[in-house]
Design a protein around this ligand. Structure first.
Ligand SMILES: Nc1ncnc2c1ncn2[C@@H]1O[C@H](COP(=O)(O)OP(=O)(O)OP(=O)(O)O)[C@@H](O)[C@H]1O
Length: 434
């Protein structure tokens, strides 16, 4: 039976205001972390993975209250730490420690490493210098250094050794939880393996729970018991490590796993291509935030479109929604010698070029879909952007865009937040279409 969680994170949010002008008027918010929930049990390692900028570091800092969360709860051993005053926070920080990616910047170059490692003991009231020294010397040995390293300075150590020292410092107060933010990403692969094996050994010895943050899925697979996958400030899937890697349920997880470097050329071909860039966390997409890039985005029920074709049509439609300047397309076609002047470029050529740019075929396989697309593009090329948007938005929409999926447990044991994975996919047929 799983034990009670040591840490329960519920709907945690951290938004950063975007300000403008001397009066610092708030004009928007970066939703770096936007409602994440998970539990960590004692002794467990939970991985948090995702691309750069998805909010992993902000999640780490918010759950230790190094940053004040915008909303949500972080319950540690039964207490909500978001309610803590300074004294409560100080007590909490004895039990929950942070480890950062860059070991060089986490040490004061003027302090010996022994003093650095001992510092938390002094801060938390251990006055006896000799006792502090004994504890630290012992810990330095346990992380694979020697007691005599106490009096040496950070610049005398390699990156890997510094991360061992950082680990000693994180463990010196005998915490219950360590949040490690990319702890091995700055190290060579061989050194990474050493630090990972050291962390695992010490974790068992100290009964530690670890939140292990990394963009590197191979490392996460090796280290973690469970993994949460983040995309644009949200968790899109959470599962036991083996389940997640063997049977990923969310298309984003599948894409991430397929991008793990492999020497096998056959496997390299299995790489999932994502369309477009990661959208801005200040204006995340509606519904499932991944729908603007998802290779498995659910097609409208009334059309019979092949998946890739549908993806390309949706890409074109989303681009038109953002605003597309048809004059730019005409100018481009003049540069390509299609005509002598922009006004001489035939509308059909503009339409063809738009389709070409988004890999949309000249005629869609579904006749009704083709008629609608063609009518929308004609409106666009004729200069009526609003009409084009209305026509295309109404027909080429998806449940993925309209409804926010929640994390739900599936038969595989994983919890993806994906309309595809849940049993009752609620697809509302758009009005007025036959
Ligand atoms: N202090 C801040 N003010 C405004 N925006 C911020 C701040 N800190 C982070 N962000 C933004 O929040 C989003 C999440 O950033 P975060 O560093 O948490 O992501 P990450 O997944 O840890 O990425 P990386 O692996 O590159 O560190 C990004 O868009 C980032 O630009």
């Amino acid at each position: 039976m799983p034990s009670d969680p040591l840490l329960s994170v519920r709907d945690l949010k951290k938004h950063y205001p975007i300000t403008q002008g001397v009066l610092k008027k708030e004009v928007g918010r970066v939703k770096a972390v936007d409602g994440i929930s998970f539990d960590v049990t004692p002794g467990e390692t939970l991985g948090i993975v995702g691309e750069s900028g998805c909010g992993k570091s902000t999640a780490a800092a918010s759950l230790l209250r190094l940053e004040d969360p915008t909303g949500g709860a972080v319950v540690f051993d039964g207490d909500d730490i978001t309610d803590y005053d300074d004294a409560g926070l100080k007590r909490f920080r004895r039990r929950a420690q942070m480890m950062f990616q860059d070991p060089s910047s986490s040490f004061d170059p003027r302090m010996s490493v022994g003093e650095s490692v001992a510092e938390p003991l002094a801060i938390h009231g251990m006055r006896d210098r000799r006792r502090r020294r004994r504890i630290v010397e012992n810990l330095l040995e346990r992380v694979g250094l020697s007691a005599s390293d106490f009096d040496r300075y950070p610049h005398e150590f390699s990156g890997g050794q510094k991360q061992r020292i950082a680990l000693a410092r994180a463990l010196v107060l005998n915490p219950d939880l360590v949040v490690a933010d990319e702890p091995v990403s700055a190290l060579d692969v061989s050194i990474q393996a050493e630090i990972i094996s050291l962390m695992r050994g010490l974790q068992a010895e100290f009964g530690l729970a670890i939140v292990f943050i990394s963009h590197d899925l191979s490392v996460v697979r090796e280290v973690c018991d469970r993994v949460a996958v983040m995309y644009l400030g949200e968790i899109v899937e959470i599962a036991e490590t083996e389940t997640l890697f063997d049977d990923p349920q969310h298309p984003y997880t599948r894409a991430l796993i397929s991008s793990i470097p492999t020497p096998d050329p056959a496997r390299r071909d299995e790489r999932v291509e994502l369309s477009g860039d990661v959208p801005s966390p200040s204006n995340p997409p509606s519904g499932c935030r991944f729908h603007t890039r998802c290779p498995e985005v659910i097609p409208p029920e009334q059309f019979d479109l092949e998946q890739r074709e549908w993806r390309h049509v949706l890409d074109l439609r989303l681009r038109i929604d953002k605003g597309i300047d048809v004059d730019d397309v005409r100018a481009f076609l003049v540069a390509e010698d299609v005509a002598d002047a922009p006004e001489a470029v035939p509308d059909a050529a503009v339409e063809r070029e738009l389709r070409r740019e988004f890999d949309v075929p000249d005629a869609l396989s579904d006749r009704a879909a083709e008629e609608t697309l063609s009518s929308g593009l004609s409106a666009l090329v004729a200069g009526d952007l609003e009409q084009a948007r209305r026509t295309l938005d109404e027909a080429f929409t998806t449940v993925c865009e309209r409804e926010h999926p929640e994390l739900e447990r599936t038969a595989s044991g994983s919890e993806p937040a994906c309309h595809l994975a849940t049993e009752s996919v609620a697809i509302d047929p758009p009005a007025n279409h036959d």
